[in-house]
Ligand binder design. Structure first.
Ligand code: GLN
Length: 531
């Protein structure tokens, strides 16, 4: 079967949840037996979000193949359980870079290189690339930004051309907002009408409208929108605010989004979607019998999206443990010797988050010392693991001034040091140790117990690593290496076995947690917090 394409655009306002709608549709089609993948086109000039400050763009999500991508790819994976790759996230920057490289190579020799057709051709090539693999029945491509933005124009134009070429093989879903005016008690459709007009001015006619709303839409309102926007009334779908994003696939099922899309694509409905696992998960999520408080220590805690995958991993692993995880957000810059006890004493567990640079480091070290000396379950991820090593070096091994060379280049005890392979790296973009690597676990360790297997593969995003020169010293004093990269010997996991649960991982387990496969380490950490 040749691949069909679904495009998702947005209007009226940003942050309406295009990514969640696209992920929910993917889930529903998958539950009907279709092979689906999600793609995100981001209209910014950065080649990828790897160099972006999390305050700007939230978390940078990393795929198995080492692509640094938009956090929506995390939703795609969490909803469908299917790994994404570099091909699933394309930015304006990457499109221009490819075109300019071709121009320099002489591929367009003699021609003036222009937005139409050269940039739009490159966008179309990248959309069709996923379909060309022959692995997918449907590719769902989400166009970042809001219709009418200058930035997204070439993407919209490429979609217009592609829809013309694909004919029946594509569907366009446009997501808008229906605001509620409390003064008059009315839901207003005018912004939706304007947004569809803007799309029409750019040559695109949506097939389906998904209206984000705080209140249920009645039939009259749906008919009115249908009439003004050239769509059928069944194709006007509401997306009412819900308490968890994981509810959205079921709401979209109620609205028959999957059926309308398949009908328009000329694909059979197959069987009813099999959502048994999903419904079970939702039930557990809402009917928990226990609660824990876990301190999340980081320097971007004002913006929860900066730790998106960690938050979601807690939701998945909490549900499977019949437990609600209450995250206590702790700003590492605000943790001091004086207030540490007060801020940390009521926690069931402490997670120290990934990060870069020295801001907030002391707060992280204080939280780790508290966890270690009070036997509170501790989970350190990437920088969080590195900080656990430094804390142990300073306070247990008494290596005064022990540090990471990232924070103190001239430390007398570089217990965390730049990886050999990083010494000659000068460019910042895409040059870290990125993507999935093998790791061998030590039998009998907490990690081994959690995974229940000896060999695992996890995703990385860092430049520094545990300095194996100090390994024996650490092990003699009680901090042991329990996960090693079998190819390079790099230390991937450290533990303090005599404590209840003290685990630091150099990789990012949070990227691989999904609704139907919560991450083993998050499950085990919550179990330890509950015991
Ligand atoms: N800054 C650290 C490094 O580059 C940790 C990175 C991270 O937490 N992702 O090694």
């Amino acid at each position: 079967m040749s691949t069909k394409y679904v495009f998702v655009t947005g209007g009226v306002a940003s942050s309406l949840g295009k990514g969640i709608i696209a992920s929910s549709l993917a889930k529903l089609l998958q539950a009907r037996g279709y092979k689906v993948t999600n793609q995100k086109l981001d209209p910014y000039i950065n080649i990828d979000p790897g160099t972006l400050n999390p305050y700007e763009h939230g978390e940078c999500y990393v795929t198995d193949d080492g692509a640094e991508t938009d956090l929506d790819l995390g939703h795609y994976e969490r909803f469908t359980g299917c790994p994404t790759s570099q091909a699933n996230n394309i930015t304006t920057g990457r499109i221009y870079q490819n075109v300019i490289n071709k121009e320099r190579r002489g591929d367009y020799l003699g021609k003036t290189v222009q937005i139409v057709p050269h940039i739009t051709d490159e966008i179309k090539r990248n959309i069709k690339l996923l379909g060309a693999k022959g692995e997918y029945d449907v590719v769902i491509t989400e166009i970042g930004g809001t219709v009418g933005d200058i930035e997204s124009l070439p993407f919209i134009e490429a979609v217009r051309q592609l829809r013309w070429e694909l004919g029946e093989k594509s569907v366009l879903i446009h997501l808008t907002l229906v605001p509620y005016l409390s003064a008059t008690g009315e839901l207003k459709t005018k912004p939706t009408q304007h947004s569809v007009k803007a799309l029409q001015e750019e040559g695109l006619q949506p097939d389906i409208l998904v209206l984000r709303t705080e209140h249920e839409l009645n039939n009259d309102l749906r008919k009115k929108v249908a009439l003004f926007c050239n769509v059928t009334p069944e194709a006007v779908i509401q997306s009412v605010d819900v308490s968890t994003i994981y509810e959205v696939p079921l709401r979209m099922r109620d609205e028959k989004l999957d059926e309308i899309v398949l009908e328009r694509l000329g694909l059979p409905l197959n069987s009813e979607p099999d959502l048994e696992d999903w419904i079970k998960f939702l039930y557990k999520l809402k009917n928990y019998s226990k609660e824990v408080r876990i301190g999340l220590v980081g320097k971007y805690v004002e913006l929860h999206d900066a730790y998106k995958s960690i938050v979601e991993a807690f939701i998945h692993a909490g549900a499977i443990n019949d437990c609600k995880v209450n995250i206590v957000w702790l700003h590492s810059e605000e943790l001091t010797q004086e207030n540490a006890e007060a801020k940390l004493k009521n926690l069931h567990g402490i997670l120290v988050a990934p990060g870069f640079g020295h801001r907030g480091i002391n707060g992280k070290l204080l939280a780790i010392e508290y966890a270690r000396t009070h036997n509170i379950p501790f989970f350190g991820i990437c920088l969080g693991m590195q900080m656990a090593v430094i804390e142990f070096a300073r306070n247990v091994l008494h290596l005064e001034g022990a540090d990471s060379t990232e924070m103190a280049a001239k430390t007398p005890y570089p217990v965390i040091d730049l990886m050999e392979s990083q010494h000659d790296v000068t460019e910042k973009g895409g040059t870290m140790r990125l993507g999935a690597y093998n790791c061998e676990l030590k039998e009998g360790s907490k990690a081994f117990e959690a995974y229940g297997q000896k060999f695992i593969r996890e995703r990385h995003r860092h430049r520094y690593e545990f300095n194996n020169k100090y390994k024996d010293k650490f092990e003699q004093a009680g901090m042991v290496t329990t996960g090693v990269n079998p190819e390079t010997g790099l230390t991937e996991i450290i533990e303090i076995p005599k404590l209840k649960w003290f685990v630091g991982v150099q990789f990012h387990p949070e990227y691989k947690s999904t609704v139907t496969k919560p991450h083993p380490l998050f499950i085990a950490f919550i179990k330890a917090c509950l015991s």
